[in-house]
Design a protein around this ligand. Structure first.
Ligand SMILES: [Zn+2]
Length: 72
């Protein structure tokens, strides 16, 4: 799996929305790729942060997209 593909699916991986096979592929990639692991840890952290501040589901997603745009 390429990093690009991994990054594309990471959002759904964090939200546990991928199939088992896809999740496994991501997991394997993360174990061998520090860059994507960093990205994953950041998203996980962000998800927890957002969950604490707001229970609404649509706002955090928009907030995450915005943050990602700022970072890239
Ligand atoms: Zn990677």
């Amino acid at each position: 799996m390429r990093c690009e593909e991994c990054a594309n699916k990471l959002d759904r991986y964090v939200d546990r929305e991928l199939t088992n096979t896809e999740a496994l592929e991501i997991q394997l990639h993360l174990e061998g790729c520090p860059d994507c692991m960093d990205n994953y840890e950041f998203q996980e952290h962000l998800k927890r942060l957002v969950k604490h501040s707001c229970d609404c589901d649509t706002a955090p997603k928009a907030f995450r997209d915005k943050l990602r745009q700022m970072l890239t």
